[in-house]
Design a binder for this molecule. Structure first.
Ligand SMILES: [Fe+2]
Ligand SMILES: [Fe+2]
Length: 136
């Protein structure tokens, strides 16, 4: 089941970042699909490790583009939220590893909010900034 559908309004206006966001949504939906009766701890950890790796690469690209656009006002807050998101994934990995895992419903809610909250706040502000810089 897709928990996150790509919407045109998610577009940041930078093709490389839009491609990253689409990919992260695919990863999160695949992760969500895995939850349920056939879930295995090892596969959940694999999904989380892949999410961490792809997200940290994406965040680095996004931060570079923010700096290139002279996006200074909210850069520190945006950067700090990227770190918070990565820390949450690390915590989820530890929870899975040591048997402290949340139930599937709680994980699904986390997967949904993990992308959505950041994207509709910090990334949305970046989108406005890019549009203004492009004279849109
Ligand atoms: Fe971001
Ligand atoms: Fe992003």
């Amino acid at each position: 089941m897709k928990i996150i559908e790509w919407k045109p309004e998610f577009s940041i206006g930078e093709p490389i970042l839009d491609a990253d966001h689409r990919y992260l949504i695919r990863l999160l939906n695949r992760f969500s699909d895995h939850l349920g009766s056939s879930r295995s701890k090892a596969t959940i950890i694999d999904h989380l490790v892949q999410l961490y790796s792809s997200a940290s690469n994406h965040f680095a690209r996004e931060e570079t583009i923010m700096l290139a656009h002279g996006y200074s006002d909210d850069y520190v807050k945006h950067y700090a939220d990227h770190q918070r998101l990565l820390n949450e994934v690390t915590l989820m990995i530890f929870e899975q590893q040591y048997g402290l895992q949340k139930d599937d419903r709680a994980i699904t809610e986390w997967v949904h909010s993990w992308f959505h909250e950041h994207h509709t706040t910090h990334d949305a502000r970046l989108q406005l900034s890019i549009q203004e810089a492009d004279g849109a």
